[in-house]
Design a protein around this ligand. Structure first.
Ligand code: PHE
Length: 457
């Protein structure tokens, strides 16, 4: 008989109705701006192929075992990430101080969402720009002007950031069953359908051969230590691991669902969507003579130009930015959930109150990013603007460090009997593989990439 405590058969926040609902939810979290906005732009900046290869290795070799660890810990603890880490820390590691990992994770989600919502706000703004025909026949200069008119205007950007946060708070306030599940059930299939539509469009209208070669032909000379760290950070970011988002969702997973198969499905889906997004974007970039290394504005500057040159382009543009906003929404929900669940459990607040308090604070913090593209754009330090710094510290440092702590806890501090109880006890080889990765491969790889980035090797 499993020694699993009976009161933790269920979470106090409710449960997913099925394994499929959980897969929808975790892939809704994973698939977002990371796949569609960030992956193409950082792959472009880092020269394509070689960066993509490192990213793929990081996703499967490091990200997958960490995702499994997060889900199994979430389901075993059945609480918000802070309480789960503290509780399991007490049970398995002898100290509830492991809760710190959860606290850092909650804070990381907080900071990520503060800028994530601003970028998502641009995407929402572009739905309306596309619908109004603003891209039709526009040349490079006009499209650039449009981007700076939106991203450089604190009022417009702030307005859409506010709208996006309001939508996110709304879903989180409605809770796991009422809000999250219903939203992702509709949004995920819609997203995949829209992306495939755009892929066909890109195959016909874009320079597909060049886009394909850019993404898959490795040129290792273009890859730096910082680029490898960025690939690692992005592997964490795109899979939503390292901060407890997946752990929070794991707490709502029914006891009998397979964690291994679920994680593999999510990781494969997330990776395919990023690759498809790249295959949509780069052929259009090359067919129009644009710069693949254009940076965070890549999709906002290059795609409208391409859309604008094509008949029916306004419709494609609206579809694309609608897709991006949906994807960002389901991710934003998961960025907020750990903090909200924590506040509910700690302060015994109503879910709606907790969502408004947390969301309101994140909304305020978001203005640092709003201003760093407008009135504070001259104020730079360390990595650049406020936005650059929040992005760098959260993705490239906080997520890998959080993920490292999680996987070391699951691999070294949790007993084999607890972890095997959660991960299909009868799937012998799969379990051994997970445990070996969690104990050795993932931690060593993360440490090596850090050392490499600071120039030790
Ligand atoms: N994975 C999301 C994306 O790719 C972002 C995210 C990061 C969500 C961390 C939750 C936690 O857009």
């Amino acid at each position: 008989m499993p020694k699993f405590p009976k009161e933790r058969r269920f979470s106090l926040h409710g449960q997913w109705s099925s394994r499929l609902a959980f897969i929808f939810a975790v892939s809704g979290s994973a698939v977002g701006l990371g796949n569609v906005w960030k992956f193409p732009y950082i792959a472009g900046v880092n020269g394509g192929g070689a960066f993509v290869l490192v990213y793929l290795v990081c996703v499967f070799v490091i990200g997958l075992p960490i995702m499994m660890s997060e889900i199994l810990m979430g389901r075993r603890g059945r609480r918000n990430p802070v309480e789960t880490m503290a509780l399991l820390g007490q049970e398995e590691g002898g100290t509830s101080r492991w809760g710190i990992v959860g606290v850092v994770g909650v804070a990381t989600g907080f900071f990520i969402l503060s800028y994530y919502s601003v970028i998502a706000g641009w995407a929402v703004a572009y739905i309306f720009e596309g619908a109004s025909g603003a891209f039709r026949g526009a040349d490079a200069q006009q499209v650039e002007q449009l981007f700076s008119r939106i991203s450089g205007n604190w009022f417009i950007t702030g307005f859409w950031h506010t709208a996006f946060m309001a939508l996110t708070i709304f879903v989180v306030a409605k809770g796991v069953k009422g809000g999250l599940e219903r939203a992702v059930r509709i949004l995920m299939p819609a997203l995949i359908g829209l992306l495939l539509l755009l892929l066909i469009y890109s195959m016909i209208a874009g320079d597909f051969a060049r886009g394909f070669a850019f993404l898959f032909e490795p040129k290792f000379s273009e890859l730096t230590g910082a680029g490898v760290l960025e690939a690692l950070g992005h592997a964490f970011f795109t899979l939503s691991v390292g901060m407890g988002a997946v752990m929070a969702y794991g707490a709502y997973l029914p006891a009998e669902s397979s964690i291994g198969r679920t994680s593999i499905a999510v990781v494969v889906a997330d990776t395919l969507i990023a690759i498809v997004a790249g295959l949509v974007i780069f052929p259009i970039v090359f067919a129009n003579g644009l710069d693949p290394a254009a940076g965070p504005g890549l999709i906002f500057q290059s795609l409208p130009l391409a859309f604008g040159q094509l008949p029916g382009g306004s419709f494609v543009a609206v579809t694309f930015f609608l897709l991006l906003s949906f994807a960002a929404w389901t991710s934003a929900i998961s960025l907020m959930e750990p903090a909200v669940a924590w506040l509910i459990e700690r302060q015994k607040l109503l879910r709606s109150v907790a969502a408004i308090v947390i969301g309101g604070l994140i909304w305020l913090l978001g203005f640092l990013t709003v201003f760093s593209n407008s009135v504070l754009s001259e104020l730079t330090f360390f990595q650049g603007t406020f936005f650059d710094n929040i992005d760098f510290v959260t993705s490239n440092i906080a997520l890998p460090v959080g993920g490292l702590a999680i996987v070391v806890f699951a691999g070294w501090f949790m007993s084999a009997s607890s972890t095997s109880e959660e991960l299909d006890p009868d799937a012998g080889l799969g379990y051994q593989l997970w445990r070996f990765s969690a104990r050795f491969i993932a931690p060593v790889a993360v440490v090596c990439i850090f050392l490499n980035a600071v120039g030790v090797f």
